[in-house]
Design a protein around this ligand. Structure first.
Ligand SMILES: Cc1cc2nc3c(=O)[nH]c(=O)nc-3n(C[C@H](O)[C@H](O)[C@H](O)COP(=O)(O)OP(=O)(O)OC[C@H]3O[C@@H](n4cnc5c(N)ncnc54)[C@H](O)[C@@H]3O)c2cc1C
Length: 336
C-alpha cells in the first residue's frame, strides 16, 4: 500500500472499520482540518478517522504506520498552536471525539477517577462534583477539550498554583503506540514509587508525538466547602510582587488560585468582547484575582479580610473587593 492513492487509502480505512461507517468521514471535515481560530490547518479534503474502541484505534494506527500514512491525533481541537490539525494535504486526522465507550469510574477510597481519552473535560469535572470531589483542571475551553488532549498538552489552568498541572494529577495512563501495541501504565502507583523510568510522564505533554493516549486515571480531591474570591488593585508591579510574597506566606492548602490581569487587558475585554466588568478597573494598573478554597468558611473569610486590610495599610494595594456571593464570584471569574 505504500504510495497508495487517496482512494486506495480511504478504501483500506473503510475496510478496517467496515461495521462502523461513522469511523471514517470524508464530508464536512473542515472542523477537523482547521483550528477554531482559522489560523492553522487547511480546507483541503481530509480523511477523518474517528475510532470508538481500542481495537479500532490499534488497527488504524498500525495500518497507517505500516503504510507511512501521516496521522494527526486530535481531541477537542481547542489547542492554540496548531498541533491538532494537518499541515500538509496528505495528512489525515485521527479524532478521539467518539472515544468514550467505557463509563467514567470513580474510586472514592483512593480518590482516583478513570476516564476514556474522549471524555469532554467539563463532563469529567461535573462527574467528580456529583460525587463531591474536585477535579481541579479549570480552563476556558473545558466544554470542548477532551481529557486525552489535556494530558497530551499537560494542561494547567486556573488552579495550577495549588494542584499543579496534569503531570501532578495523572496517576495512570494507557496509550497506543504507532505500531498498534498497547502500552498499559494504568497501574496506579503510590507517589513514593521510585522504580525505573516514568514512561507515563513521558506521554504527558507529548502532543501526540509518541502515540495516542487512550485512557487516563487522575487524582480527584475532596470538594472544599468554602470559596472566597478577592480582587486586589495595585498601582505598580513592585506592589504586585509584594502581595505575591504575602500570599506565599499564607497557610498551605488555602490559596487555590492567583491570577494577574492588567488594566489594558481588562479594557480590551470590555471594549472588544462587550463584557461588563463587575469591579472598578480605574483604581490601579494591575488586578490580582485571589481565590481561597477551604473547609472553614468563617476562618477563610476572616483570613482574606485580614490580608486585604494589612495590604491596604502597608500601601501595597489601592483598592480591594471580596465577592459577596457565588454569582458575584462567577462573574469575576468570567472576566478572567
Ligand atoms: C478559551 C481557551 C482557554 C484555554 N486555557 C488554557 C489554560 O488555561 N491552560 C492550558 O494549558 N491550556 C489552555 N487552553 C489551550 C487548550 O484548550 C488546551 O491545551 C487543551 O488541553 C487542549 O485539549 P484538546 O482536547 O482541545 O486537544 P487538541 O487541541 O485537539 O490537541 C492538542 C495536542 O495534543 C495532541 N493530542 C490530542 N489528543 C491526543 C491523544 N488522545 N493522544 C495523544 N496526543 C493527543 C494533538 O495532536 C495536539 O498536538 C485554552 C484554550 C482556549 C480556547
Amino acid at each position: 500500500m505504500k504510495g497508495a492513492s487517496q482512494q486506495q487509502t480511504i478504501a483500506a480505512f473503510r475496510l478496517i472499520s467496515s461495521s462502523d461507517p461513522s469511523a471514517v468521514i470524508l464530508d464536512k471535515t473542515s472542523k477537523y482540518s482547521k483550528c477554531w481560530m482559522n489560523k492553522f490547518g487547511h480546507d483541503n479534503p481530509t480523511v477523518v478517522l474517528r475510532p470508538k474502541t481500542l481495537p479500532q484505534l490499534q488497527a488504524f494506527l498500525s495500518f497507517a504506520n505500516r503504510n507511512e500514512i501521516p496521522l494527526v491525533p486530535q481531541s477537542g481541537n481547542t489547542g492554540l498552536v496548531g498541533g491538532s490539525v494537518p499541515n500538509a494535504p496528505d495528512e489525515h486526522v485521527l479524532s478521539m471525539d467518539r472515544f468514550t465507550a467505557t463509563p467514567i469510574c470513580l474510586n472514592k477510597e483512593e480518590q482516583i477517577m478513570t476516564l476514556d481519552a474522549g471524555v469532554v473535560l467539563q463532563d469529567a469535572i461535573d462527574f467528580a462534583k456529583q460525587h463531591n470531589f474536585l477535579f481541579p483542571l479549570s480552563i476556558g475551553s473545558s466544554g470542548s477539550c477532551l481529557i486525552g488532549g489535556n494530558v497530551a498538552t499537560n494542561a494547567g489552568g486556573m488552579y495550577f498554583s495549588r494542584f499543579g498541572s496534569l503531570r501532578e494529577n495523572v496517576v495512570g495512563l494507557e496509550a497506543v503506540l504507532p505500531s498498534g501495541e498497547i502500552l498499559n501504565m494504568m497501574k496506579c502507583v503510590l507517589p513514593k514509587d521510585s522504580v525505573g523510568f516514568d514512561l507515563r510522564s513521558l506521554f504527558i505533554g507529548s502532543e501526540g508525538t509518541l502515540g495516542v493516549i487512550s485512557k487516563v486515571a487522575v487524582k480527584v480531591h475532596t470538594m472544599p466547602t468554602s470559596r472566597e474570591l478577592a480582587i486586589l488593585a495595585c498601582d505598580s508591579f513592585d506592589n504586585v510582587r509584594k502581595i505575591n510574597e504575602k500570599i506565599s506566606q499564607l497557610s498551605p492548602g488555602l490559596v487555590s488560585a492567583v491570577e494577574l490581569m492588567d488594566s489594558s487587558v481588562l479594557e480590551m475585554v470590555r471594549a472588544r468582547l462587550g463584557k461588563t466588568i463587575c469591579f472598578d478597573i480605574t483604581k490601579g494598573h494591575y488586578y490580582i484575582a485571589l481565590e481561597f478554597m477551604g473547609f472553614d468558611e468563617m476562618s477563610d473569610r476572616a483570613q482574606l479580610e485580614a490580608l486585604l486590610a494589612s495590604a491596604l495599610d502597608e500601601g501595597y494595594i489601592c483598592d480591594g473587593i471580596i465577592a459577596q456571593s457565588l454569582t458575584h464570584l462567577n462573574e469575576i471569574w468570567a472576566t478572567r
